[in-house]
Write a protein that binds this ligand. Structure first.
Ligand SMILES: CC(=O)N[C@H]1[C@@H](OP(=O)(O)OP(=O)(O)OC[C@H]2O[C@@H](n3ccc(=O)[nH]c3=O)[C@H](O)[C@@H]2O)O[C@H](CO)[C@@H](O)[C@@H]1O[C@H](C)C(=O)N[C@@H](C)C(=O)N[C@H](CCC(=O)O)C(=O)O
Ligand SMILES: Nc1ncnc2c1ncn2[C@@H]1O[C@H](COP(=O)(O)OP(=O)(O)OP(=O)(O)O)[C@@H](O)[C@H]1O
Length: 499
């Protein structure tokens, strides 16, 4: 329990407090539906609605402190409920973030926090760093699109956002990981989260950059704003790890950053560099250059973009004080996130790869990654996403036209959309409808279809939201897992019980 008045950090954001000095707070939330007895409710003026409209429901559920930024609404409620405390602040998102740090006793300051930002690669870099630091003896948890992980396993946490949690959820996760004895936490820091102050008040030990190109422009509107949001991470970090090959924002970070700076890259000179990449059966082999020394390595990762992600992770470990010899020793233990070029090994006579690619660029990267592979035909499963902008759907088909021998089109997270319409939108992107095209509205059936189309020697590529454990259907999270479908197919048709 925490006293609201104990949070001096937030004071400069406070305009006034009315009502009695509150008893300790039992819970802190931005969602009236999650308020508990003697809790604190922070009103966020959101994109679709306004938390100030839910004060009644918050009070009904037990809130005794209400923090808001709309004076008239707070005062109206104060006249109705003078027994409760109302706090007027200038910025409720910052107040939520600041108060969360106090509520969870600033445990985030007791761990080494690593933030990862960039347009692509965040999830992969986060997983690589987590696995390497754990192997190097630093108990490390992670937070991001792949979920919340402690040093051992994935944990059950319901995030309200796809990648970077809302500040109070984030600090609750930090607290949990600290209790689990994590010394390090690596997390994805998205531009939207940075813009929405979800990371306000956190000082990162280290910030990692991957790259920058157009994305989320429906939210940020201009590339300049998008970049500005991402650059904020480097204003809150002691050490920066920067991809020197990226023209999108590396020059800005290098120009503005005042702390310890490390660079990595493949094309340009950098502190940590990879050269002579070759695709081999076990992954990728290359020369790793650190401190003027060349180390020949073979790493179980596929695609040059993942070599860049690998360099980001290795550079982070070096910047955290680990010697290169120790890092080289643990490289076989590097682990990517589920569903990011995840190879299913025990499928007889066929190759099966799951990849999160659901944008034209990611699909192009996927096809570049499989270039060195040998196979007869490609069976490709692509998806349209119901809960994302409609114009993105045909772009998926445009990106893969002519590249596969058979296509299965399905839907991820249909939301409120009619799956038939989502699939039709995707198919409308083909200039010529492929002869071997199959539509399956349910992702599970689509996977089974793709697997049933594959013959000896074929490569099956399952793309889309591969690693989540649910599908969003009409606002509900319906439990779903790709691997259940894959296992069931392998069991039924090949008598294989594990994968
Ligand atoms: C656009 C965006 O960032 N949306 C997030 C935002 O929602 P919102 O602003 O629309 O909220 P709202 O519905 O208007 O509600 C306003 C406030 O009223 C509250 N409320 C609402 C209803 C009610 O009955 N009671 C109540 O108290 C809400 O909890 C909220 O605090 O605040 C909500 C609470 O934290 C988030 O769940 C929601 O994330 C949605 C699900 C989302 O999809 N966000 C995406 C865009 C996002 O954040 N993505 C990034 C990047 C992903 C990546 O590139 O990897 C991420 O970091 O995840
Ligand atoms: N360093 C990179 N450079 C270019 N493309 C990349 C890089 N890393 C990953 N990708 C591509 O982006 C896709 C998503 O990778 P990843 O999930 O690691 O990125 P992300 O930044 O977390 O993406 P998202 O924001 O969509 O969760 C991969 O499937 C791959 O195609």
């Amino acid at each position: 329990m925490t006293h609201f008045s104990g949070n001096t950090d937030a004071l400069d954001n406070i305009v006034f407090i009315v009502g009695p000095k509150p008893a300790p707070i039992t819970a802190l939330t931005y969602d009236s539906r999650k308020v508990e007895k003697d809790g604190c409710f922070v009103c966020i003026d959101g994109h679709q609605s306004d938390g100030h409209l839910f004060i009644e429901s918050a009070i009904h559920n037990g809130a005794h402190v209400i923090i808001g930024s709309k004076k008239n609404i707070l005062m109206d409620w104060y006249y109705k409920r003078p027994d409760l405390t109302f706090v007027l602040v200038r910025d409720t998102k910052k107040a939520l973030a600041r108060y969360a740090t106090t509520f969870y006793q600033n445990v985030h300051e007791k761990m080494s926090l690593i933030g990862v930002t960039g347009t692509n690669g965040k999830t992969t870099i986060t997983a690589y760093i987590r696995s390497l630091l754990n192997a190097l003896g630093n108990p490390t948890g992670s937070i991001g699109t792949a979920g919340v992980w402690d040093q051992q396993q994935k944990l059950e946490f319901n995030k309200s956002t796809p990648t970077t949690p809302e500040s109070s959820d984030l600090h609750s996760i930090f607290s949990h990981l600290y209790e689990k004895k994590a010394s390090h936490v690596v997390m994805e820091a998205t531009s939207i989260a940075l813009d929405q102050e979800r990371l306000h008040g956190i000082q990162f030990n280290l910030a990692v950059h991957s790259n920058l190109w157009p994305e989320h422009l429906d939210f940020h509107h201009t590339m300049e704003d998008y970049k500005k949001a991402k650059l904020r991470l480097f204003e809150q970090a002691d050490i920066a790890v920067v991809n020197n090959d990226d023209d999108g924002m590396a020059p800005d970070i290098i120009r503005m950053f005042e702390g310890e700076l490390w660079t990595y890259g493949m094309e340009r000179d950098a502190d940590v560099r990879a050269r002579n990449m070759k695709s081999v059966a076990a992954g990728t082999s290359f020369d790793l250059l650190v401190d003027g020394k060349v180390h020949s390595v073979i790493v179980p990762i596929f695609g040059n973009h993942n070599v860049a992600n690998f360099l980001a992770a290795v550079t982070t470990c070096l910047a955290q004080g680990h010697g290169i010899e120790n890092i080289l020793r643990v490289l076989p233990l590097i682990q990517g996130p589920p569903g990011r070029f995840q190879v299913v090994n025990n499928y007889p006579d066929r190759q099966l790869v799951l990849d999160f690619a659901h944008s034209p660029r990611a699909l192009e990267t996927l096809f570049e990654t499989i270039e060195p592979f040998s196979y007869n035909r490609i069976i490709l499963l692509i998806t349209g996403i119901g809960i994302r902008e409609r114009h993105l759907r045909p772009e998926i088909a445009q990106a893969v036209e002519g590249k596969a021998d058979a296509y299965v089109v399905t839907v991820d997270h249909p939301g409120d959309e009619d799956p038939e319409i989502v699939m039709a939108d995707v198919v409308s992107g083909f200039t010529e409808v492929p002869a071997n095209l199959h539509l399956e509205a349910k992702r599970g059936q689509a996977i089974q279809k793709a697997m049933s189309l594959a013959e000896k020697g074929d490569l099956i590529l399952i793309t889309g939201i591969c690693m989540e454990t649910f599908q969003i259907v009409k606002g509900e999270r319906v439990p779903y897992h790709d691997f259940d479908e894959i296992k069931s197919f392998l069991h039924k048709h090949h008598a294989i019980t594990t994968c």
